[in-house]
Design a binder for this molecule. Structure first.
Ligand SMILES: *[C@@H]1O[C@H](CO)[C@@H](O)[C@H](O)[C@H]1NC(C)=O
Ligand SMILES: *[C@@H]1O[C@H](CO)[C@@H](O)[C@H](O)[C@H]1NC(C)=O
Length: 510
C-alpha cells in the first residue's frame, strides 16, 4: 500500500504541476500564440508546486477527518515520499536553435543547465527525482518536414539533423554533470538520470514505422476507479494472473485473484454496461466506448507464464506436463467466450523463456552440469515453456477452424525474447541477468520499491542508474527499453503466424 500511495501521489504531482506543453527551463521572451512557447517555464512550475503544496497542507489540516474531504487531498507527508519526474529542456533547445547559430547556442547551455539545477535545489521537501535528459530533437518530424535538398552531411543516415542532435548530446552531457553535482550538494536526495536520448534514438533506429502507425494511447486499467478513459480500449491484465484458477494466495504467493476466466467476466460486464449507458446517454456519449467497436477491436492476450510458475512450485516436471492440455483448453475456452461476445481479431502472445528470468537464476550456485543452457537460463523451465507454446499454437490452429469469422494471430514472443537474450550486447543492453530495480544475491532479497531491514540497516529496493541498458526491470518483468525492443521486433509480423504486421491483424487472411 505504501508504494501504491506514493505512486498515485507522484502522478498527481506530475500531471497537475510539471506537465505543460511548450514549457522551457529559461524564461523566454517569446509568445505562446506565435511560437507555442509556454508562459509556464520551469521556475513558474516550481512556484505552482510550492503553492499547491502549501494549499494542500492548509486544506488538509483544516478538513474535518470525519468528512470525506480529506480523502480527495494528497497527504502532506507524501510530498517528501513522492517521485518528482522532470522532463523539460527540449523546448529550450528548440528556441535556441531557432534564434542562434550552433556556437552561440553551445555558449548558452551552462546557463540553461544552471537554471535546471536551481529548480531542483529549491523544490521544498522533494527527495526523489527522476530526471529525463532530452531526446534526439533532430528527428522530430516537424524539424525535418520542410527540408528540401539538404546539403550533404546535414542529415544523418536516419534523416535526423546532425547538428541539432550534436547540440542535444552536449546539453545532455552537461545535464548529467549537473545531476552528479546535485547528488553531492543534496545529501538526502535520490536523483536518477534517465537517458531518454538513447531510448528514443533506439526506437527511431529500430522500427519506427510500425510503432508510429499504431498511434494508440496506453489503455486504462479496467480496475482503475478514477481518471480512466476506455474509448480506445481497456486493459484487464493484473499482475500474477494465471489461466487456471489457483488455490493459492495473493498474499503468500503473489497469485492474482483475477485469473483469465474472471477477466473475461469483467469484460462481459464492461461491455454490457457500456451498451446500457451508451443507449441511455445523450450528450455524455463521447466519454464511452462505441458499442460497435467491440467487434472491431484487437484482443491482445499474453498469459500463461504464471501457470508455469505455479506448476514448477507445486509439482514435478512430469506431472506439470500432464497438466498443460488442461491449461491450454481453458485458454481456448476464454477465446471462444470472447468470440461469442463478438470479439473477432485476436493477437495471442505465447509465453517467454521463463528459465531466463533473472529472479529464477539469481540464487543458483554451482548448478549441476546441463542444468543451465549456454546463456545461463534454466533448461528444464524453458523446455516446459516450449512445450506449452507448442500446444498453444495447436490450439490456435484449432480455434481458426472452430471460429470461422475470427482472425487469430499467434506471436512467438519466446523467440523474440530469446533473441534479445542471445544478442544482448549487440542490441545495446548490458548483462541479460542484471536486475534494475531491487537488490538480490548473496542471501539478500529486497524487491523493487520495497524497504527491508538487512543486518540492522534499512535497504530500499530502488532503481538502477540507467534502466535503458537493462533488460529486466525487477527480475520478472522486462524493462520499458526491452519491451520497446521486443515490440519493435514483433509489430511488423516477423514473429507472427500468419506473418502479417499488427495493422493487418484485424483481417482474416485466407
Ligand atoms: C521487423 O522489424 C525488425 C526490427 O526492426 C527487423 O529487424 C526485421 O527485419 C523486420 N522484419 C520484416 C519482415 O520487416
Ligand atoms: C545466437 O546468436 C548466435 C551468434 O549471433 C547465432 O549464431 C545463433 O543462431 C543465435 N541463436 C539463437 C537461438 O538465436
Amino acid at each position: 500500500m505504501e508504494v501504491l500511495r506514493v505512486v498515485v501521489t507522484s502522478s498527481l504531482l506530475v500531471s497537475s504541476v510539471l506537465r505543460v506543453g511548450g514549457a522551457t527551463i529559461r524564461r523566454q521572451d517569446e509568445s505562446w500564440f506565435k511560437n507555442g512557447i509556454s508562459p509556464f517555464p520551469l521556475d513558474i512550475q516550481v512556484e505552482q508546486y510550492v503553492q499547491f503544496k502549501e494549499r494542500t497542507n492548509y486544506l488538509y489540516n483544516k478538513a474535518d477527518t470525519e468528512t470525506s474531504r480529506r480523502s480527495n487531498l494528497p497527504i502532506p507527508e507524501d510530498f517528501s515520499k513522492a517521485l518528482y519526474t522532470i522532463d523539460i529542456r527540449q523546448n529550450d533547445l528548440v528556441v535556441a536553435l531557432r534564434n542562434m547559430n550552433d556556437e552561440q547556442f553551445r555558449a548558452e547551455i551552462p546557463d540553461i543547465v544552471n537554471k535546471f539545477s536551481v529548480a531542483v535545489q529549491i523544490s521544498p521537501r522533494a527527495r526523489a527525482f527522476w530526471i529525463h535528459n532530452t531526446g534526439p530533437i533532430g528527428r522530430l518530424p516537424l524539424a525535418t518536414v520542410n527540408i528540401q535538398n539538404p546539403k550533404p552531411g546535414y542529415l544523418n543516415e536516419h534523416g535526423c539533423i546532425k547538428g541539432w542532435n550534436a547540440a542535444t548530446v552536449e546539453f545532455n552531457k552537461q545535464l548529467k554533470d549537473a545531476v552528479t553535482q546535485l547528488r553531492a550538494e543534496l545529501p538526502q536526495a535520490a536523483l536518477t538520470y534517465v537517458d531518454m536520448y538513447t531510448a528514443k534514438y533506439r526506437l527511431i533506429n529500430a522500427a519506427k514505422n510500425q510503432a508510429e502507425r499504431l498511434k494508440l494511447p496506453y489503455l486504462s486499467a479496467y480496475l482503475d476507479s478514477v481518471g480512466t478513459n476506455f474509448q480506445q480500449g481497456a486493459n484487464f491484465a493484473t499482475a500474477g494472473a494465471t489461466i487456471r484458477q489457483q488455490d493459492e494466495s495473493w498474499f503468500k504467493n503473489g497469485i492474482s485473484p483475477f485469473p483469465l476466466d474472471i477477466q473475461v467476466e469483467q469484460y462481459v460486464q464492461f461491455k454490457a454496461r457500456t451498451n446500457y449507458l451508451y443507449n441511455k446517454a445523450n450528450t455524455q456519449r463521447s466519454n464511452l466506448p462505441i458499442p460497435e467497436d467491440f467487434s472491431k477491436a484487437l484482443y491482445t492476450i499474453d498469459i500463461g507464464q504464471n501457470d508455469l510458475v505455479v506448476g514448477f512450485r507445486i509439482m514435478n516436471d512430469e506431472r506439470f506436463r500432464a497438466e498443460i492440455p488442461d491449461i491450454v483448453n481453458k485458454f481456448s475456452a476464454a477465446v471462444q467466450q470472447l468470440y461469442q461476445e463478438g470479439a473477432r481479431a485476436f493477437w495471442i502472445h505465447n509465453t517467454g523463456p521463463i528459465g531466463c528470468l533473472p529472479l529464477a537464476t539469481v540464487n543458483i550456485q554451482n548448478p549441476k552440469p546441463g542444468y543451465l543452457d549456454e546463456h545461463g537460463c534454466i533448461k528444464g523451465w524453458n523446455a516446459a515453456a516450449v512445450e506449452f507454446n507448442k500446444q498453444l499454437k495447436d490450439a490456435v490452429t484449432q480455434l481458426r477452424a472452430d471460429l470461422p469469422q475470427a482472425a487469430l494471430t499467434y506471436v512467438d514472443m519466446y523467440a523474440a525474447k530469446y533473441r534479445l537474450i542471445n544478442e544482448t550486447k549487440n542490441q545495446g543492453f548490458l548483462d541479460p541477468f542484471n536486475i534494475c530495480c531491487g537488490h538480490y544475491g548473496n542471501g539478500v532479497s529486497v524487491g523493487c520499491g520495497i524497504k527491508a531491514n538487512i543486518n540492522g540497516a534499512e535497504v530500499f529496493g530502488g532503481s538502477c542508474e540507467d534502466p535503458s541498458t537493462v533488460i529486466s526491470w525487477d527480475g520478472v518483468h522486462y524493462s520499458e527499453a526491452a519491451n520497446f525492443w521486443i515490440a519493435n521486433q514483433i509489430l511488423n509480423g516477423s514473429f507472427s503466424d500468419p506473418p502479417n504486421p499488427i495493422t493487418q491483424a484485424y483481417f482474416k487472411h485466407v
